[in-house]
Design a protein around this ligand. Structure first.
Ligand code: MTE
Ligand code: MO
Length: 513
């Protein structure tokens, strides 16, 4: 019986094998497979040369998806998937590029089969790949990467056909050649893409440049003022969150960068990085929070920023806006519209924690608007247009209302048992330019409230969070902790619960123990 089953298993396996072999021997199928493999090699070649940059051949598709996908998809990606959404976007963009490259190679094979010119597929495919990759990336380096890697693979496939012809029987030669070709194409694709992937995982977004002594002092101040509560981020974030519409960020050098003030102005103004750097310097602590985060989420962070007031540049151009509103545009195609008055205390920042602004945070220059949701603190900023009538920004076109002031929030991130049996809780509280007055903690589900201890305000700052901590004897039975903040106007954090969409999360953070 066992033998019979084994026999049956073997016979089905070999018939499957037969089928697969049959499939592979079919000219069309093997050409298709080889084409896809060459496509993978070509895309990897571009990545090998230009890395994760706007010149990468798939960037244009990832940008297209970020702009053109339906609102719900983007909202889901930003609020639920977070950076996973960006990765999915990049993978989709790469698949589309591989299919496009594969199609080019496949067509070249079909032309060869149709007209019988042996070997004509190689130059045909290369011309197509070079043209399309230049068209997609606008970069000669990216095109060269595609060209070099795919020509090595295409020539390898060709040569494996020549050297392998040992038998005189045409059908046998054809079959074995095809397999050899597939193996060569496969090896080329695996080789090129694994080096490419190695590059992806070794990307560093380490900030560069020395920390100046002035910043050094501010960072020390933040460290001294931070509570020593385990499980809680310090007053200057160790790992500042990143939110943007890109899976591949703009890569703009200081020399390339400029900011244009356009629209309803007296004179258009264009300003260089050097000019921005030589203007009045402002250095201060500032907190950013994303409207799309969850109530007790992690997309709220603080850094020391160095920059220059943006209003002096707007005033140089002369404000003639009828709506007193502006549209900010950036190198990644992002755009946000809001009242000109929001720029009153805003700065163009070019340093973060005393080092050059990292690429992921908008290098070389970003906007920082105090007190507002992060979305109008435009990174990689390139244009300020003074408008005559109101328009919608990127997120507002997708249903969000995130250009206004932040909501007040107290988060609960640290929960420790102390050695003496007491419980210690802690977190950050933030209310934008209103400031945090008090954080209150209830350990009986909101019946009674007690003030938490707060860190000294960071200075200088007009818009920074504070840490709170609270220590108490935990009751024997289970209990519910609730936390709420009171802002500088005396207003209590909104109790009514809402999700992030469309205007930021509200409610009181609570936890049962
Ligand atoms: N150019 C550009 N600027 C942008 C964005 C973007 O997608 N593109 N995202 C905005 C959003 S939604 C937030 S919350 C902040 C986040 O800034 P960070 O990534 O430095 O934390 O950047 C804002 N500025
Ligand atoms: Mo955001």
């Amino acid at each position: 019986m066992g033998g019979f089953i084994l026999c049956l298993g073997m016979s089905t396996r070999s018939s499957v094998e037969e089928k697969v072999r049959g499939l592979f021997d079919k000219e069309l199928f093997s050409q298709l497979l080889i084409s896809i493999l060459v496509g993978v090699s070509g895309v990897s070649g571009s990545y090998l040369v230009v890395g994760s940059s706007p010149s990468f051949v798939s960037t244009v598709f990832s940008r297209f998806f970020a702009r053109e996908l339906p609102d719900v998809v983007i909202r889901y990606a930003i609020t639920i998937l977070g950076s996973l959404g960006q990765r999915l976007n990049l993978i989709s963009a790469i698949i589309v590029t591989v299919l496009l490259f594969g199609l080019i190679v496949f067509v070249s094979y079909r032309v060869q089969s149709r007209f019988g010119f042996s070997g004509v597929n190689v130059p045909l495919a290369l011309i197509g790949l070079l043209g399309v990759s230049y068209g997609l990336s606008g970069s000669l380096r990216s095109m060269a990467g595609v060209g070099i890697v795919s020509s090595v693979v295409l020539l390898g496939i060709r040569l494996s056909g020549f050297f392998g012809s040992s038998s005189s029987s045409p059908s046998v030669v054809e079959v074995s050649d095809t397999r050899r070709e597939i193996i060569v194409a496969g090896l080329g694709a695996v080789g090129a893409s694994s080096v490419g992937l190695w590059g992806v995982f070794n990307q560093s977004s380490v900030p560069s440049g020395d920390v100046d002594s002035e910043t050094e002092a501010l960072l020390e101040q933040a460290e001294e003022k931070s509570f020593d509560v385990s499980g809680m981020d310090a007053l200057v974030s160790g790992n500042f969150y990143e939110v943007d519409i890109n899976s591949i960020n703009p890569d703009v050098s200081k020399d390339e960068w400029s900011l244009d003030v356009t629209g309803s102005v007296g004179d258009d103004v264009s300003i260089s990085f050097d000019a921005v750097e030589s203007m009045d310097t402002v250095q201060r602590f500032e907190t950013l929070r994303c409207v799309g985060e969850s109530l007790n989420g992690e997309k709220m962070d603080t850094a020391v920023w160095t920059g220059t007031p943006v209003m002096s540049i707007v005033e140089e151009a002369g404000n003639k806006s009828e709506c007193e509103c502006v549209m900010l545009r950036a190198e990644d195609g992002y755009y946000e519209e809001f009242p000109l008055s929001a720029l009153e205390d805003a700065i163009l920042a070019y340093r973060m924690n005393g080092q050059d602004l990292p690429r992921g945070h908008g290098a070389p220059v970003r906007l920082l608007v105090p007190g507002h949701w992060g979305e109008i603190s435009v990174k990689w900023v390139s244009e300020i247009e003074l408008l005559d009538s109101e328009m919608e920004g990127y997120w507002e076109e997708r249903g969000w209302h995130g250009t206004g002031p932040v909501k007040t929030v107290a988060k609960l991130h640290a929960e420790n048992m102390l050695s003496d049996g007491r419980r210690e809780l802690g977190g950050h509280a933030y209310a934008g330019v209103r400031g945090i007055e008090t954080v209150e903690v209830s350990v009986d589900g909101g019946e009674t409230w007690d003030d938490a201890e707060l860190t000294e305000p960071l200075e200088p700052s007009i818009d920074a969070w504070r840490q709170w901590k609270y220590t108490f004897e935990p009751p024997e039975e289970s209990y519910t902790v609730v936390v709420r903040a009171i802002d500088g106007n005396g207003d209590v954090q909104v109790k009514e619960e809402s999700g992030a969409f469309p205007s930021g999360p509200s409610g009181w953070v609570s936890r049962e123990y």
